[in-house]
Design a protein around this ligand. Structure first.
Ligand code: 4NP
Length: 166
């Protein structure tokens, strides 16, 4: 319709937008989301997370993720799981995935090479060139969540200190 224009505030916001992605959006990416959000200035950055699968949409993070975050003074209990969609390529500047299967599922929805370029394995930050994955702790015990927290913390520290977002 000529002359009818709805501005896209999300797309044109001045904040740098970062999305953490895993499979269910209840274990790994909510933790990565909480950790990175805690390290960045909320006036300049927006961090979110999503899952490639839809099973847990609307759910809180897994209690084991909430607990390991809480022990580290990060509150992720109010997060709600969302499913990754092709529209996220328009919103986010950087998309970090936890494993190679997330990478494949995310880039399947990309429409341009520029969208694919936004996507990287989170652990490429700490383990460049090794294609290292954040293991899925869902079917394991509590120790798996502590290990995942440590991997995520170091990776987030690295991407912040290396100036990846500037
Ligand atoms: P996440 O872990 O991808 O780190 O959130 C999973 C949680 C749930 C399922 C798979 C992975 N699930 O199949 O329900």
């Amino acid at each position: 319709m000529a002359g009818f224009f709805i501005p896209n505030f999300k797309k044109h916001s001045l904040k740098t937008k970062i999305l953490m992605v895993c499979l269910g959006n209840i274990c790994r990416s909510p933790l990565a989301h909480g950790i990175l959000e805690n390290m960045l200035d909320s006036n300049k950055f927006e961090v979110q997370s999503a899952g490639t699968g839809a099973w847990h949409v609307g759910n809180k993070p897994d209690p084991r993720s909430i607990e390991v975050a809480r022990k580290n003074n990060i509150d992720i209990s109010r997060q709600k799981a969302k499913q990754f969609s092709a529209y996220d390529f328009e919103i986010y500047d950087f998309i970090f995935v936890m494993d190679k299967s997330n990478f494949r599922d995310v880039i399947k929805l990309a429409k341009t090479p520029q969208e694919i370029e936004k996507v990287s394995l989170l652990l490429d930050s700490t383990h460049p060139g090794q294609e290292k994955e954040v293991p899925d702790p869902y079917y394991g015990g509590e120790h798996g969540f502590t290990h995942v927290y440590d991997l995520l913390y170091k990776a987030c520290e690295k991407i912040v200190s290396s100036g990846s977002f500037s």
